[in-house]
Design a protein around this ligand. Structure first.
Ligand code: ZN
Length: 244
């Protein structure tokens, strides 16, 4: 492997490493998730490197002996201002960043593009954080190959009428008809299902422009958060903490 790399990436977490250094996680279209150290990253000029939720082109050094990446320089491409001014947007962005650390993907480029689009949307309209969360989560489940088409039960293949309430199968990790479900705690109501079917093959941006009433947004948010928790096998911290 090349020792000096140029990596385009989103900064998905930032941690202090003692008094002097920083450790960050990056999500890149080629490498997926990587962890990198910024030596001297808590002081002076280097403290501005790799801000949380920002996007940049990073100069990265790979040390094969330590199997460790370190960041030496950054050309910043996107530095959000509005997200951190709004607490719910900050939580939502943290949730986005946690999901990409937990989803196993063969297409990190698609996940990267979705993550950047969602952060840009959040920066532009922090007040729309719920709608952005819904469209992001549904798109991520589709990219991960877990989303059923919701028009027929994936377990018994029965065609589902529009007004039928769906339940969840924790073994198939997808909504199914009531008879095929193994839990009654996650419910997909007909209106929410209609929205998910309608937006399923749209781009994230197209889905974002489709209107969804606020009460429906709240219900669908709770359903999708439980859906993604089940998909990730154990709960995401940003969800179990109740921040969302
Ligand atoms: Zn069924």
């Amino acid at each position: 492997m090349e020792r000096n790399l140029k990596v385009r990436a989103v900064v998905t977490s930032v941690k202090n490493l003692g008094d002097i250094h920083k450790s960050v996680s990056l999500f890149s279209p080629e490498l997926g998730l990587i962890y990198a150290t910024i030596y001297g990253g808590r002081k002076g000029k280097k403290s501005s490197l790799a801000s949380l939720f920002s996007v940049g082109d990073f100069q990265v050094y790979y040390n094969p002996v330590k199997n460790e990446y370190s960041i030496t320089e950054e050309d910043n491409l996107f530095l959000p201002q509005n997200i951190s001014l709004d607490i719910l947007s900050t939580y939502t962005a943290s949730y986005f960043c946690e999901t990409v650390t937990r989803i196993k993907t063969d297409t990190p480029d698609q996940v990267y593009n979705l993550l950047v689009s969602a952060l840009l949307a959040l920066e532009k309209s922090p007040e729309s954080h719920r709608k952005i969360l819904i469209d992001y989560t549904w798109k991520l489940l589709n990219i991960s190959g877990t989303a059923a088409d919701l028009t027929e039960c994936p377990s018994c293949s029965r065609r589902l009428p529009e007004d039928e309430v769906l339940y969840f199968s924790t073994s198939l990790m997808t909504p199914v008809c009531r008879a095929c479900s193994d839990t009654d705690s996650i419910v997909l109501l007909p209106g929410s299902r209609k929205y998910l079917i309608y937006t399923q093959n749209m781009s994230f941006e197209e889905a974002l422009s489709v209107q969804l009433y606020e009460t429906a947004q709240e219900r669908l948010t709770q359903t999708l958060l439980r859906y993604i928790n089940a998909f990730c096998r154990y709960p995401l911290k940003t969800i179990s903490s109740g921040m969302l």
